[in-house]
Write a protein that binds this ligand. Structure first.
Ligand code: NAD
Length: 501
């Protein structure tokens, strides 16, 4: 089945948040659009709202009066699907209920031609399942837009078991012509973004559950790693009910794979009605006069000690210590071949996390998190062995501060914050690729454009080291046991390939 969709008439079914946005961008791309909603008056109300949207766009200089009027003139509301006999594409954006979506498409099959392409904007239902029972299941494909449709560039083009490759390709090209960045995905729970993003929330929720730190500190550490928002503030923005529902649906659809287990911390927030910004309170209290701020962090402008200094290992963290010690003309030894990376001060050790808590590494030990910042420091999580002396605890934080970081002490947990979160995001992306859900490039594009990650998981992998990640996940697995931190076969194969090269 091939489809010529450019400039053809598009029927958008469902005139809610997503449907009205889809109608807008289709009309902007030059398509005549028919907009239908089962609720009487809803399509007209959505069109009326678009009149307001275009008035604002004209005021901002993004559209001329004339082109706004022309675009709006292309959007026609209809009160019966029977008027849609000659459309070439249907984009469905109705309620997220499989039976209702199935019924709708079956009804439409009796109205439109055999050439018409069916696209569903479902965010969580199997595309194969929606197509089940259609006379031509090969014509149905997922066209998963992100909210707000007009601003978000990503479109996941989701193929079910019976979707024709030509149909998926024509929707891919159409999305491009609408100014979007499409990525191909196979219909599996959560598609790409909603699946790979799970650990971003889950690792922070796990740290909160074991009382490792506070939402403000964890958010600050992940913001310093380049994320626009920390997980707690982001969950507050999305709404804990919505975020939990997505986690639950991915968890259930994976037959309760422990990797996706929802968090009791979030469940408690939902049960208590603390849904986030929309209810005034979630992790943060949005009605409080002084919102929670991060705790004061040490500042240091001289080296805490010059006693027997040695920089161990290789990589960005080691280079940072070398640069620092050079700046102060301090005498130090350099052992690049060490199996750990960090700074030795006398008998004490300040080491970059390899997944083991500080307490597993010795007495006078502190560990610090992965830093993605090149020169700017920002918040950096660190922890120390319970047995460490007061003197070393003080000095360790001063060393991080003099390196330019704002050290955030957390409980002595494996993998700290950023290292653990990134390793799990990479692991999930690797599994998605291993299971044929998407390509590496699609995963990177999807995470950058769908949830604004500062880099894609495979870009992180390229700048980190596959063995370091495997080791870190192994340490987490050793510590916690269970299935959560199991390593993707794709990562292991990658490590073998690198070893062979
Ligand atoms: P919404 O509640 O804002 O709008 C849904 C609209 O569909 C309503 O106006 C409703 O009256 C109408 N409707 C319900 N049943 C219908 C039927 N049988 N025929 C015609 N119209 C019908 O919902 P939304 O947020 O726009 O979501 C729509 C779809 O898009 C869902 O599948 C959702 O999972 C998906 N989605 C939502 C988002 C988001 O952030 N809101 C993002 C991506 C995908």
């Amino acid at each position: 089945m091939t489809a010529k969709l450019e400039q053809s008439t598009v029927l958008v079914v469902g005139a809610g948040i997503m449907g009205s946005g889809i109608a807008q961008i289709a009309a902007q791309a030059g398509h005549p659009v028919l907009l239908f909603d089962v609720q009487s008056g809803a399509a007209e109300a959505a069109r009326e709202k678009l009149v307001g949207t275009f008035a604002k766009l004209v005021a901002k200089g993004k559209f001329s009066n004339e082109s706004a009027a022309q675009t709006l003139s292309r959007i026609e509301t209809i009160d019966s699907l029977d008027r849609a006999t000659s459309v070439a594409l249907i984009v469905e954006a109705i309620i997220e209920e499989i039976d209702i979506k199935r019924d709708l498409f079956r009804q439409l099959e009796a109205i439109v031609s055999g050439e018409c392409v069916f696209a569903t904007n479902t965010s969580s239902i199997s595309v194969s399942a929606i197509a089940n029972g259609l006379q031509q299941p090969e014509r149905l494909v997922g066209m998963h837009f992100f909210n707000p449709v007009a601003l978000m560039q990503l479109v996941e083009v989701v193929s079910g078991l019976q979707t024709s490759p030509a149909v998926a390709e024509s929707i891919f090209r159409l999305a491009e012509s609408w100014g979007k960045v499409p990525v191909h995905a196979r219909s599996t729970p959560g598609f790409i973004v909603n699946r790979i993003a799970r650990p971003f929330y889950a690792e922070t929720l796990a740290l909160l559950q074991e009382q490792a730190s506070t939402p403000a500190r964890l958010d600050a550490c992940l913001r310093a790693a380049g994320f626009r928002m920390g997980p707690c503030e982001l969950m507050d923005l999305i709404g804990h009910d919505t975020n939990l529902a997505v986690t639950r649906s991915v968890y259930a659809a994976n037959y309760y794979d422990k990797r996706f287990t929802p968090s009791p911390v979030q469940q408690e927030l939902v049960d208590g009605g603390l849904l986030g910004r929309k209810s005034g309170r979630g992790f943060y209290d949005y009605e409080a006069p002084n919102p929670e701020t991060e705790t004061a962090t040490p500042v240091a402008d001289t080296l805490p000690s010059t006693e027997r200094l040695c920089v161990h290992g290789r990589g960005r963290a080691a280079e940072r210590f070398v640069k620092l010690l050079d700046r102060y003309s301090a005498k130090f030894k350099r052992i690049e071949s060490s199996d750990w990376c960090g700074l030795q001060v006398g008998d004490a050790r300040l080491s970059q996390t390899d997944g083991r808590p500080a307490g597993r590494l010795g007495r006078e030990v502190a560990v610090f998190d992965l830093s993605l910042a090149d020169d700017s420091g920002g918040e950096l999580a660190w922890s120390h062995a319970a047995a460490a002396s007061e003197q070393w605890i003080f000095e360790a934080s001063q060393w991080l501060a003099v390196c330019g970081f704002r050290p955030q002490q957390i409980a002595d947990t494996p993998g700290l914050v950023v290292a653990r979160t990134l390793a799990m995001l990479i692991n999930e992306a690797a599994d998605a690729v291993n299971q044929g859900v998407c390509s590496e490039e699609a995963a990177d594009a999807a995470m950058k454009l769908g949830v604004h990650y500062p880099a894609g998981p495979f870009e992180w992998l390229a700048s980190w080291n596959v063995n370091t990640i495997i080791n870190l996940l192994d340490q987490l697995d050793n510590w916690y046991r269970g299935e959560r931190y199991r390593i993707s076969p794709w990562l292991r194969q990658q490590a073998w390939q690198e070893a062979d090269e």
